[in-house]
Design a binder for this molecule. Structure first.
Ligand code: DGJ
Length: 715
């Protein structure tokens, strides 16, 4: 376990859970990757640098250029650079010299730091490897330090480079592309010679792509096969480049997107890149996801949030939209409590204006106190929505600080008109320290004064006219980076101030679905698309990277949200799809019959009965909605005493039956009682864990949007 070196002190072997990773400092001092894959016990098993060269007619020069851990632009290196610097004397290449390394053990990990310096200039580079105990994952990042007394310009500044094993196969790339209402679409393509770039340029990490990659040799399934994967922890512009070179070596390089953002490192300044986590699984794509899910639950989520199940939420957006007021919120509160909601959230519309985070006096003449008290007296916690990164032109904040808008010097800020809520706003420039401080204090005050237990962070625009407004210091482009760092700082501080505060990373629906946000936010808006059929694919994509329990949103049980597809689905199907993550109700309960209210209440009760499995268990995708008109998802409790299997069918045809689904992950020698929910009557069966995994189970579905939940419990 952990990090070891061989007798020469130049060969490093790291083992994280069942994965090993190794590199060696070549004669020319550059770290060359030797291995990434299943666990090795002994450094003798590692291939040598020469063996890993791809061209039969090996030359020294070639070894300098292939499989580098962090290639800097130099000599005949023409591939994607991790580092490209320009010095004040006009030199544009960097010749790294190894200076030494340190190892530091922490509670659940060990960190290796390698130090290098440029041969000609006082630029220092540090490469970090954080190796997690019992988890097939390594976090990598770098620091670039300017030790000179003049500027150093950085054109490339990646977090890490991941070298895939020698090309025994053609790699297949899995990536997550999409857009609003169609987030995280699972996309698979062969890696051919050339470069394939995934990136964001919106200022947010999404929603057109997720900072993630997975590579397999084309044979991995959901349950078996080797998968190499990575996820970048950055909530702004990012870039991941998958490159297959002329000799078939495949390399993944990623970090902050240098687009529009050259960095001028001041004398003495150090630039730290964000973490790029890389992992490995031999249990297919679901195995990959389980590694990422454990990482989030054990190491990223705030501990108090990770320890608690998510509440059953009622959110006003799906039924009252922005037209909230004291009377309709009180009424909705009474009905929400009746169906068993544990948390009542007022979404958009309660505020005086974007920027003025006080209640609209016309809607809440006595403030929020009465509705908060009402919710509490009904046994519910209370939460609020905010969209604090924009301010409306009509807001007091804009009138007081027009210079806080994101804008180019001497140019009016870009105005965003949102027709559905009749609102014109501009972006606040959080890259400015004073603006970020203001926002932190405003949100802190809001949480403290109202005592809310839930804060939903919305963000409905992309960066526009990204400038500081002032006549430049040299680097207007740094706004892309400073903004994100301040955003993290604000929510890191809030999460530390209020450890029990559950925050939702909404961002207009998965607009910032990156792991950096998961350090502060215990819930995410999987999508604004609440169409239950689309949700099957959305959950399939969302869970590739994200812990299933984060899959939130305003209203899984709802009326026709946003009119997307205009499809009507049964309440039960909506509820089952919502229970795959963190269930929320947004239906207009004032228009429900007593029977419908009872029905919704029963789904809430069932959700509470199984959420200790769905929110803390291991997750498997057993049938893909990309292949058939159904999805099967399994959750297994950590001690394997229980499991919940969701069989969700969009439509049945030709009177056929469903196939048997093999249920992995149960204790083979144990006997389970399996209860099938969702049919006309509850059915029960006894079977062993081995039987479930080898013979499998079958259920009958009928017609359209029919689903069953199979609850396994030790007999
Ligand atoms: C977009 C979010 O995704 C929705 O859930 C809702 O909060 C609206 N914004 C409110 O404007």
């Amino acid at each position: 376990m952990g990090i070891s070196t061989d007798h020469s002190g130049r060969r490093f072997l790291m083992s994280a859970g069942g994965m090993s990773y190794a590199f060696e400092l070549a004669e020319n001092d550059l770290p060359i990757n030797l291995y990434w894959g299943g666990k090795l016990e002994c450094a003798d098993d590692l291939p040598g640098i020469a063996e890993l060269q791809f061209y039969q007619h090996r030359t020294n020069r070639q070894s300098e250029n292939t499989r580098q851990e962090y290639p800097a632009f130099h000599g005949e290196f023409y591939s994607e650079c991790a580092l490209k610097a320009e010095y004040s004397d006009g030199v544009r290449s960097t010749r790294l010299r190894y200076e030494g390394h340190t190892r530091k053990k922490e509670n659940e990990c060990e960190i290796l730091t390698l130090s290098f310096a440029d041969a000609l200039h006082p630029l220092r580079l540090r490469l970090f490897y954080r190796v997690w105990n019992g988890l097939e994952l390594i976090d990598r990042w770098s620091e670039i330090e300017n030790g000179s007394d003049s500027f150093i310009r950085l054109e490339n500044f990646a977090s890490a480079c991941w070298q895939l094993p020698a090309p025994t196969a053609d790699w297949r790339l899995t990536h997550l592309a999409g857009r609003w209402a169609k987030e995280a679409t699972v996309t698979r393509i062969p890696v051919t010679q050339g470069r394939f770039v995934m990136e964001s340029r919106t200022g947010l990490s999404g929603p057109f792509a997720v900072p993630f990659f997975a590579l397999d040799d084309g044979t991995a399934t959901e349950l078996a096969g080797e998968v190499f994967f990575g996820a970048l922890q950055w909530s702004g512009n990012w870039r991941i480049c998958v490159e297959r070179g002329a000799w078939d070596a495949t390399t993944v390089t990623g970090g902050i997107n240098p687009f529009d953002c050259r960095i001028e490192l001041k004398p003495g300044e150090t630039f730290a890149t964000p973490v790029f986590s890389g992992g490995w699984s031999r249990e297919g794509h679901s195995g990959m996801s389980r590694v990422l899910h454990r990482y989030q639950l054990r190491h990223l989520l705030p501990p108090a949030i990770a320890a608690k199940p998510l509440p059953l939420i009622f959110n006003s957006w799906g039924c009252i939209n922005i037209h909230v007021n004291e009377a309709n919120i009180r009424h909705a509160g009474t009905l929400a409590a009746k169906v068993g909601a544990e948390l009542f959230v007022i979404d958009d519309g309660w505020q005086k204006a974007l920027g003025d985070w006080i209640p609209d006096p016309a809607k809440f003449p006595d403030g929020l106190g009465p509705v908060i008290e009402n919710a509490r007296s009904l046994g519910m916690e209370f939460g609020l929505w905010v969209e604090p990164e924009s301010f409306e032109l009509k807001s007091d904040l804009y009138r007081a600080h027009p210079d806080w808008a994101m804008r180019y010097p001497g140019v009016e800020p870009f105005e965003r008109c949102r027709a559905d809520v009749d609102r014109t706003s501009v972006m606040l420039n959080l890259a400015r320290g004073d603006v970020a401080d203001y926002l932190y204090h405003a949100l802190h005050k809001l949480v403290e004064e109202t005592g809310i237990r839930y804060l939903k962070l919305d963000m409905n625009c992309f960066f526009s006219s990204p400038g500081y407004g002032r006549v430049p210091e040299a680097e207007q482009g740094r706004i892309w980076i400073d903004y994100v760092r301040n955003l993290h700082r604000i929510f890191g501080r809030l999460s530390a101030d209020f450890p029990e505060l559950l925050m939702e990373n909404c961002a207009g629906g998965a607009g910032r679905a990156d792991l950096a946000m998961t350090r502060f936010f215990g819930r995410m808006n999987r999508s604004d698309n609440q169409d239950a059929l689309d949700m099957l694919k959305l959950h399939y994509g969302f869970t590739q990277v994200n812990l299933p329990r984060l899959a939130g949103g305003a209203c899984h049980i709802s009326d026709l949200m946003y009119d997307i597809n205009r499809r009507r689905t049964p309440l039960q199907f909506q509820a089952f799809c919502g229970m795959l993550g963190s269930l929320a109700i947004g239906k207009d309960l004032t228009r429900c019959s007593e029977a419908e209210l009872d029905e919704i209440r029963s789904y809430g009760e069932f959700y509470k009965k199984i959420r200790h499995i769905t929110q803390f268990g291991d997750f498997y995708r057993l049938a893909s909605p990309y292949e058939k008109s159904r999805a099967v998802f399994e959750y297994v409790a950590p001690d394997r005493s229980e499991a919940a299997v969701f069989v969700l069918g969009a439509s049945q045809q030709f009177g056929g039956t469903l196939p048997y689904f093999k249920i992995p992950g149960l204790a083979p020698e144990k006997r389970y009682e399996m209860t099938i929910y969702g049919g006309k009557t509850e059915e029960k069966r006894i079977l062993s864990g081995r039987g479930a995994a080898t013979v499998g189970v079958r259920v009958d579905l009928f017609g359209d949007f029919d689903g069953r939940i199979l609850h396994f419990q030790y007999q």
